[in-house]
Design a protein around this ligand. Structure first.
Ligand SMILES: Cc1cc2nc3c(=O)[nH]c(=O)nc-3n(C[C@H](O)[C@H](O)[C@H](O)COP(=O)(O)OP(=O)(O)OC[C@H]3O[C@@H](n4cnc5c(N)ncnc54)[C@H](O)[C@@H]3O)c2cc1C
Length: 291
């Protein structure tokens, strides 16, 4: 690892100023579980590392029945996974945070780091997208809000400007009769990244007979996490059935643009999208009926 300057700003403004002053050679540090690996093994050599640890605005996780959930970008996976409102109402996010890495990784890895790193396989991206999360971003010109579904532009790339910082994620309170789920397939049970990840949310109409709103997001089968919008539209307004879920799974398969690599062929990935989407729809339905 090459030498670099290290800063621990005490406020968001101080961090933004440092980023502006140090230019493109500066990198933000949250849990470091991606950044340090990239610095040690992937040829990343920042001239300055700006730690986010002392910035209060990036901390905290709060739920309010009217406003929904706010998760600071600097909150670790272990905290998110254990937070009662996340487990009860944002199950897909609890599952995404709870499956990432190992106990040690989850104690360090932050939600902001997972999203800013923008791996197509990022385990919290499909959950945030199906739960309609919006990212709060701070920059020199003030703050802006971007839906997480519009944040990714390619592997390792987001709409964040080099001098912007993810501050928090805001998730609306899920309506009654809502169920969500995240599942991934990995060659190994733990400590592996998703070959396919699927997030689903279903909200049933009053009475519970039809689907009022559907969200499906696929991870690791395109350059970015992608919504299967045609599958979502096919589900909306319909009575849930095995046949309907089979049709939606086919549409999700058609939306996937997988590649072949050491973890699996494109054909295998597309097959998995079908199987996992059907399974996730069934789980989300069961949860929506119970909720
Ligand atoms: C052993 C191991 C297992 C792993 N397993 C998984 C897994 O199963 N699933 C998975 O999805 N990932 C996995 N990862 C990857 C990693 O743990 C996650 O992506 C993690 O959430 C990154 O968060 P971090 O806080 O460590 O980010 P850091 O490494 O600190 O930062 C990552 C990137 O995001 C930027 N960044 C961080 N915070 C902000 C912010 N607030 N605003 C703007 N930019 C920011 C940094 O500059 C850097 O470019 C694993 C990593 C390791 C080492």
């Amino acid at each position: 690892m090459r030498r670099f300057e290290y800063f621990t700003p005490q406020s968001l403004d101080e961090a933004l100023t440092l980023l502006r002053e140090r230019g493109d050679g500066a990198k933000l540090l949250a849990g470091g579980t991606d950044l340090l690996v990239q610095m040690k093994e992937a040829g990343l050599h920042p001239s300055a590392v700006v730690s986010l640890h002392a910035i209060d605005k990036l901390r905290g996780i709060e739920f309010d029945g009217a406003r929904g959930l706010r998760v600071g970008a600097g909150v670790e996976m272990a905290t998110i996974q254990a937070f009662p409102a996340v487990r009860e109402r944002y199950t897909a996010l609890a599952e995404g945070a709870g499956i990432l890495g190992s106990v040690q990784t989850r104690n360090m890895a932050t939600l902001g780091g997972n999203i800013a790193n923008a791996a197509p396989s990022a385990d919290t991206a499909p959950p945030l997208i199906v739960l309609d999360a919006v990212a709060e971003i701070a920059g020199a010109e003030g703050s802006r809000q971007v839906p997480v579904s519009e944040l990714f532009v390619g592997p390792g790339r987001t709409v964040l400007a080099p001098h912007e910082i993810l501050v928090a994620f805001h998730l609306p309170a899920p309506p009654a009769r809502t169920g969500s789920v995240y599942r991934r397939h990995t060659p190994r049970q733990i400590m592996d990244i998703a070959v396919v990840g699927v997030g689903v949310r279903l909200t049933l109409a009053p009475g519970g007979d039809t689907i009022q709103e559907a969200r499906i997001c696929l991870g690791a089968v395109a350059p970015t996490p992608i919504r299967a919008t045609e599958a979502e539209e096919a589900l909306t307004g319909q009575a849930p059935s095995e046949e309907l879920f089979g049709r939606a799974a086919e549409l999700a398969q058609a939306a996937a643009r997988p590649i072949s690599d050491v973890r699996g062929s494109a054909e295998f990935r597309r097959y998995l999208v079908g199987v996992m989407t059907r399974r996730c729809l069934a789980i989300a339905l069961e949860r929506a009926r119970a909720g």
